[in-house]
Design a protein around this ligand. Sequence first.
Ligand code: GLA
Ligand code: ZN
Length: 683
Amino acid sequence: MREVGGVIFPKILFGGDYNPEQYPKQIWDEDMRLFRLAGIDVATVNVFSWALNQPDENTYKFDWLDEVMDKLHANGIYACMGTGTAAHPAWMARKYPDVLAVDYQGTKRKFGRRHNSCPNSPTFLKYSGLIARKLAERYKSHPALLLWHVNNEYGVRCYCGNCEMTFREWLKKRYGSLEKVNEAWYTRFWGHTLYDWEDIVLPSGLSEGLDKSDSDKTAFQGATLDYYRFASESLLNCYLTEYNAIKEVIPDAIVTTNFQGNGTYKPLDYFKWAKHMDIAALDMYPPNDASASYTALRYDLMRGMKDGAPFMLMESTPGVLNWKSVNPLKRPGAMRLQSYQAVARGAETVMFFQLRRSSGAYEKFHGAVIDHAGHENTRVFRECAELGNELRNLEGALPGSRMNSRVAILFDWENWWAVEFNGGPTTRLKYLDQVQKYYDAFYENHIQTDIVSVDSDLNQYEIIIAPLLYMVKPGVAGKLENFVENGGTLIVTFFSGVANENDQVVLGGYPGELRKLLGIWVEEIDALFPNQKNVAVIKRETENLGKSYECGLVCEIVHPEGAEVIAEFGSDFYVGSPSLTRHRFGKGEAWYTGSDPEPVFLQTWVAHLCECKGISPLLHVPPGVEVTQRIKEGTRYTFLLNHTGYAQKVDIGEQPRHDLLNDTFVSGVLEIPPAGVMILREA
Ligand code: GLA
Ligand code: ZN
């Protein structure tokens, strides 16, 4: 299976993590029978089997894996081959203690758990690269092999001596001279001048840290920012070590790794990672109280990883979790609906952790397709099998399709880090919350958005939102100016344009480099307590934005210099000063909000902007129904997802469409049952 014309997989694949090494071989044949019954066509194997495959430094043993691979093939199931390096073998820790990571407080780990290796350990790099190569050599021609799953949920930040030395080398490359490091880190503050490269230590709980457990609380944001960049790159280098080993043996291998934190994992700059992945992949374990838009945002972010290309849902639970304080069951129909939501937004796999429940250790109560009962007569198995067979019937309909969004929200990891370093107006400023708020405003209006990096081509969009764009990296202001000049509509929110890429304030008035584009400058920033609010009074009722709205979190004292005032603060000593402005710039307009508006207003505001641009929902659907569209070679697939507990009606118009899941032609008013899903192909 190799990529042909943007299509990587033959169909929406269905399966998940499969760890047969944890139980007796007699069960394996039964697994195969159950997999076939459930429509499973991909199994991720070998994810935690390094210890088994390499019992000592010089011995490699893959017999068990050969047998598993052969069985998968005999049953028509593809293998997603793990490299197994997310937990090092005990012998390695015993013999080469450099593999053991050191935590933020300087404590060196002992052998145990997983995600425990120092990313700059020469031993780890050597042996992880080697095992990846051995696996590639062994399975390169195996007919079951479909793709590669390197390591698992990368994420360690290490503070060992070796990482410290490597950090110094990294800084030498980035800055060229110590003088430049001193400048970038602003070391005249608190007498931190560095005289020698040896003076550079990692910003840990033993050095710049201001809080024992939170590395964001740092005395030197410049140093911590660089360490975060370095730590993300160090792990990326681990990934690349294995990636290159595999590609040297199998040049056209499809290689990926699974993103954690539902795709918004703070420590790793996933946009940088995705450049080195053949397909982006994420694991989805949303909080118990997550809204449908929480997951929607993250799937859209995954699509943004590779310029709109489809991605993999690598893991989710078919039934229940084991690692939260309370682990409720997924209600009947919820797993199906949630799986289709990923597909509706560009996923080309629906995969679970895991296919069979383990009987010992930490994850023995984690949900699985096959439960401890061991047979198919369970609710979860039945629901999985129904979905598996539905996906089978979709055949090759969706893979390789794209989505067409005219709106984009900017997302940037370095900005996220910098916003949440301490020392700003309020620790309540949370980057993800702001991104989610704006996303929700479009979501509630049923307008599809992309989530893209500041490096993306912005001119393909008509509306761009830059929530909390605190750090403006070189070139970004110019890009945004260009976008607006050419007719685009831009929204920038409070506390933006404040700092440069070293987290140093741009002097001469906020929002720094964005000042010209926004036509304002900000004199002071007031922080509000959680229950404290201000009101914004709308000055221009013709704008269709209502009369007033509530705002909070921060209130900035803004001076227009070219921008029109759309709304003013209604109370406090800055009463009458602008809270919302619009600057006509070239053919477009740049809006600025100097406070955090209530969600209802955001919905009204973005609806107004969309209307001005002629951007309307794909279909007029009631609240709680999600509508998306994937397009493949001119054929449009519209997804309707009912996230409510009751039936909903949607008018799709007179043109008949092919309802793929029911294989009928439909038109007019359709009824979607509670938790129901429809995929309509334009006939
Ligand atoms: C993560 C890991 C899996 C498993 C699941 C459990 O996503 O990648 O190995 O531990 O969590 O939810
Ligand atoms: Zn280390």
